[in-house]
Design a protein around this ligand. Structure first.
Ligand code: ZN
Length: 342
């Protein structure tokens, strides 16, 4: 059964173009939309309409501070934009440890409202796994947070290390934070090189099990200066040796205010006419008391990294209307996509 008639698609496309005009977007020309075939029917697991709406502050109109995008004309509100990333950090864990980011509690997630919006990402590794400096830098914190807080709560990170980095092309200092360590092997004031062992994974502080909490802060070593580590870590590579890509998205109302959506449906198709190879349920950054921060350049409120190159279908239902967009991920690149919800 084809639930998504081509005529309906044309109406939606026309509405999208109108929406761009109404918002005064000046980005032209619009990209070519991915060519036919007709979109797949919505999945039976399409998410329900979310119960809450925007509480996050409006998007900043300020100019990007970070490296600019490639000069490809594009319009992320009707299609997508392929841009260069600022992948300047190495993984803080090496093989044979788990070097992939835990997908169940990603940056900005509340894990279905049960936890604080996550200011970092988790690497689930055994206690004692070496923790490595993500870039050249120097140690500004090597201790615990029993008496000095690095979050609103004491003994939150447990044994932690904070490194300060001055990275090429980035005008502000960038900080990486390594939490819940079982062992600290660096001293305050010490210079470190990327990949140098600085401690070991543990479960100190507020941790339910052994893992590395990895956090990125830009400008200030401050709990509210966090950024999504996925936007900074060099992507892993696939079996073909090519680096993976990254999808960065804005899910906003027509005033540009971020909206919350608990489970965007993102499906991967190596070949658009072939079967789905993977599916992801992506939560937008949660609108809670301690909201996480968006990238200065992208102003995103969702992101999904380490994606093999290919076609991706993003779909969701909002007020009984199915939205969907086909986009592409390219090796080592950022795909920017914007959904403006009326
Ligand atoms: Zn964490």
């Amino acid at each position: 059964m084809r639930l998504f008639h081509p005529a309906r698609l044309l109406i939606l496309l026309a509405a999208s173009i109108l929406a761009v005009a109404c918002n005064g977007a000046t980005e032209t020309p619009a990209p070519l939309l991915p060519s036919s075939p007709a979109p797949l029917p919505p999945s039976s697991t399409a998410p329900l309409r979310p119960s809450s709406t925007a509480l996050l502050p409006p998007l900043s109109p300020t100019a990007p501070l970070l490296p600019s995008s490639t000069a490809i004309p594009c319009d992320s509100t009707t299609g997508y934009c392929i841009q260069a990333g600022h992948f300047l950090l190495e993984r803080p864990i090496a093989l044979p440890g788990t070097i992939t980011i835990d997908p169940t509690y990603p940056y900005g997630s509340t894990q279905n409202g049960t936890r604080q919006p996550h200011h970092g990402v988790e690497f689930y590794d055994a206690s004692g796994t070496p923790v490595l400096a993500a870039a050249d830098g120097f140690v500004i914190v090597a201790g615990d947070d029993k008496t000095t807080n690095f979050s609103p709560w004491p003994n939150f990170y447990g044994n932690l290390i904070v490194l300060e980095h001055h990275l090429p092309g980035i005008s502000q200092p960038l900080f990486t934070l390594y939490g819940h360590l079982s062992k600290i092997e660096a001293q305050t004031g010490q210079n470190v090189r990327a990949g140098e062992e600085i401690g070991e994974v543990g479960a100190s502080g507020s941790a339910t099990g052994s893992h590395l909490h990895f956090e990125v802060r830009l400008g200030e070593n401050d709990y509210d200066s966090n950024r999504n580590p996925v936007l900074w870590l060099k992507p892993l590579s696939g079996e073909d040796g090519n680096p993976f890509g990254l999808i960065v998205g804005r899910f906003v109302d027509d005033q540009g205010n971020p909206l919350y959506y608990p489970s965007l449906n993102i499906q991967y198709f190596p070949d658009r006419s072939g079967p789905q190879a993977a599916a992801y349920a992506v939560e937008t950054y949660a609108p809670e008391k301690q909201p996480v921060r968006a990238d200065d350049q992208w102003q995103e409120n969702f992101a999904l990294g380490d994606l093999p190159a290919g076609q991706y279908r993003i779909s969701f239902i909002w007020e009984n209307v199915l939205y969907e967009r086909w986009i592409e991920a390219q090796p080592g690149k950022v795909t920017l996509v914007t959904f403006i919800i009326k």
